[in-house]
Design a protein around this ligand. Structure first.
Ligand code: SAH
Ligand code: SF4
Ligand code: F3S
Length: 478
């Protein structure tokens, strides 16, 4: 049955009750009528973590609320990837400060990457903050909340080599009941010179394979029809069964999740160009329910810049990977992340990025100008020497080219019919549904009485902008 509001279906289970702290605090925290409000920033992993946090808190008597004013506990799950991301968080903290002043006893906690980066400094900088909790310490939240209730400010930013929260069934916050995230690994061992993630998320570790398949099965049984497997670098997923000694790689994992049910679609993010193998591509091609869509961030189209970025591939390697994708999965859509204005980038090198967008035919890209992050390799080794004005003008050029490429990509879909998973009402009109095709393109089409979110329908596309396709439901695939 389709569940309209899965957030409110009650707490999910923490299977392993033996974890220290939890059982104790279940009794000590006043179990009734407490509400937490959580806001998430940054990548999908952070949103997925908020669902783990939701589950941990629901075990000690908190239920989620969307109304910040009525919350007893406000949590902000933060991102440090660019300076702007951190500014957004500080702005929100100003707003929470005002609410807290009018509501004595309300607690505010900072979670996620900014908590990890700034640690106890957060408590000095932001007086309203009662607790600072890093991405690997969420099991400690009940105890930190209990301490804060007694007026004790708390910090736990311990980074673990093992924690994957494998036994915690996430509380699906704000979910549409159709699409869900599953974290398959945490941390990152790559040392891209611009990136703060290895410092905020710690070492890479893969989650036990059985718990991933069990979570996908559970989601399917609860009416979900799409799962996105998440990790900073999913292609390096590797888990060894301690009993049999057998190792499961990403291709094996994809296949096992695809076999959960043919009607459960699989997506994944993010793929690193150095790690995506032909085995993975053949696995995608062999399973109709593994979506023909790969997010393969290039970052720069120039080999010298890629080397400075420590991405460990060059332009030729990246192009070879793209060629293999289109050869093995001909109708695959590829998207990218691009950083412009990295240290010492010249105008010609910038042109290489522009030409890569056209050559690789990205369906879309996330585009940023370089933001120096304290403590990263680039911060220590290179000068952030491209003036902001130049970064911005290069970025707008990149955005313009990508929009043209996306527009062409979408125009080619006109006249074609796609299998679409209905996600819900379109943003603009409740007379229309929205849903995605396998290539991750959003299609808007008039509702029909016979279908509902969670159903697959065939939709013929008749119009397209650079962002959306418009279509009509047709019977069968023609
Ligand atoms: N693990 C993913 C990326 C995670 S961060 C990968 O390797 O592709 C998401 C994106 O943010 C990155 O791909 C990069 O394009 C961008 N990014 C990371 N650090 C940045 C920085 N210092 N300045 C600007 N953009 C950055
Ligand atoms: Fe950052 Fe690179 Fe790791 Fe991605 S692969 S999270 S860009 S260090
Ligand atoms: Fe941001 Fe942390 Fe994700 S820095 S992008 S929330 S891993």
């Amino acid at each position: 049955m389709y569940n309209d509001n899965p957030t409110l279906t009650g707490p999910a289970k923490i299977v392993d009750e033996s974890k220290q702290g939890e059982v104790f605090f279940k009794d000590t925290l006043k179990a009734s009528k407490k509400h937490f409000y959580i806001e998430s920033y940054g990548c999908q992993m952070n949103f997925s973590d908020s669902e783990i946090v939701g589950s941990i808190l629901s075990e000690v008597g908190f239920s989620p609320t969307r109304d910040v004013e009525s919350a007893d506990l406000i949590l902000i799950n933060t991102c440090s990837i660019r300076e702007k991301a951190e500014e957004n968080v500080r702005q929100r903290l100003r707003v929470f400060d005002k609410i807290k002043k009018s509501k004595p006893g309300m607690l505010v906690g900072v979670l996620g990457c900014m908590a990890e980066r700034l640690k106890a400094k957060f408590l000095e900088e932001e007086r309203l903050v009662d607790m600072v909790v890093g991405p690997d310490s969420y099991r400690d939240l009940p105890s930190l909340v209990a301490g804060a209730e007694e007026g004790e400010k708390g910090v736990n930013v311990f980074l673990s080599r093992e924690e994957t929260y494998a036994d915690i069934s996430p509380l699906r916050l704000g979910s549409n009941g159709v699409t869900g995230f599953i974290s398959i690994m945490r941390g990152c061992d790559n040392m891209c010179s611009f990136c703060v993630v290895p410092y905020t998320r710690g070492r890479e570790r893969s989650r036990d394979f059985f718990s991933i398949v069990a979570e996908a099965t559970d989601l399917y049984n609860r009416g979900f029809r799409e799962v996105t497997l998440l990790g900073q670098n999913v292609d390096s997923y590797k888990w060894t069964n301690p009993e049999s000694g057998n190792t499961v790689n990403f291709a094996n994992l994809l296949e096992m999740v695809a076999k959960v049910h043919p009607d459960l679609r699989i997506r994944f993010s993010t793929s690193h160009p150095k790690d995506i193998t032909d085995e993975v591509l053949h696995t995608i091609a062999a399973h109709e329910n593994i979506c023909n869509y790969i997010h393969l961030p290039v970052q720069s189209g120039n080999s010298r810049v890629l080397d400075l970025m420590n991405r460990t591939y060059d332009r030729a390697w990246y192009m070879e990977r793209v060629k293999s994708i289109y050869r093995i999965i001909p109708d695959c859509a590829i998207s990218s992340d691009i950083i412009t204005g990295f240290c010492t980038e010249t105008e010609e090198e910038h042109q290489d990025t522009l030409s890569m967008i056209e050559w690789a035919k990205y369906s879309m890209s996330y585009m940023f100008f370089y933001s120096e992050r304290p403590g990263t390799l680039a911060h220590r080794k290179y000068e952030d020497d491209i003036p902001e004005k130049v970064k911005r003008s290069r970025l707008s050029e990149i955005v313009r080219v990508q929009m043209q490429v996306s527009f062409k990509h979408n125009q080619k879909d006109i006249g074609n019919t796609f299998k679409v998973l209905i996600e819900g009402d379109s943003k603009k009109s409740d007379l229309d549904f929205k849903g995605r095709n396998s290539q991750n393109k959003m299609i808007v089409f008039p509702k029909s009485k016979d279908c509902k979110p969670g159903d697959y329908v065939w939709v013929k596309v008749y119009d397209a902008t650079s962002a959306t396709l418009k279509g009509k439901i047709v019977i069968g695939d023609g």
